[in-house]
Design a protein around this ligand. Sequence first.
Ligand code: CAA
Length: 270
Amino acid sequence: MELVNVEKKGRIGIIVMNNQKALNALSEKFLGELNEAFDVVEADSDVDVVIITGFEVEVEKDGVKKMKRSFIAGADIKEMLPLTPAESIRWGKVGSDLNLRIENFKVPVIAAINGFCLGGGNELAMSCDIRIASDKASFGQPEVGLGITPGAGGTQRLARLVGAGIAKELIYTGRVIKPDEAYRIGLVNRVVPAEELMDTAIALAEEILKNSQVAVQQSKRCINFGLQTDIQTGNAFEQQAFAVTNGTEDKKIGMTAFVEKNPVKNFVGR
Ligand code: CAA
């Protein structure tokens, strides 16, 4: 892969988007590489949490040093410009399918949002389970200012995440907001200083990794399923997951540790 790097820290797979020239704009090539990166972490059975983030480099212009960073500055506008309506359906589906893949990825995916998180970038971030923002990030769905609607789930996930009223205001105005506002409206879970972003995301991943991963993954399935259905059907789905986890080695390990007042729990993930 040219534009995306995959790293590993213990049981955490770290995907770093590194298309510096275009601020990680989502071209078809870049989306292909992102899919490949998810193939890599999916194929690694040791990876129980994924973190996705963008590049951060020091650049010098006219003798002045500054940080250049981006999560994703949106779908690639230069690639979209010539698309016909028919072509745009196929093109939009690539991003939309990647976002559905991330949303339903077996293990939790944390977005560590380090910079521009616009349009298709915000759509990808909203497909992740948890969003941590750097104080240098910015968020928005600026599509209507380009004459298009969001095309990879923005109208659907933003309304579900922050409510229809706020989603409509953000999408109709195309306004770009700062991290404190993103936190206030519930778009991100927390905001941290830029230099603490990755440590915070890793600490969060490690907090998740202390628990039974079969229970974490079943919980993810239940929450996602429940958001698409009525409460009775959601509860029935949860009962199935509850039954699955009641038959695991992890249940014996976790509950025996409690009963024996033993703080050590070496979960095995089955
Ligand atoms: N598509 C294609 N290229 C992009 C891009 C994008 N979304 N965002 C940035 N770039 C490119 C720029 O064209 C520029 O390339 P050149 O040097 O070759 O000209 C390079 O990245 C650096 O960008 P800027 O010079 O503009 O950097 P800046 O720091 O001045 O501004 C920015 C950064 C505010 C993010 C600005 O680039 C910008 O507004 N980008 C577009 C944001 C946007 O509208 N995103 C939504 C796209 S639509 C969408 O996402 C549809 C969907 O739902 C699927």
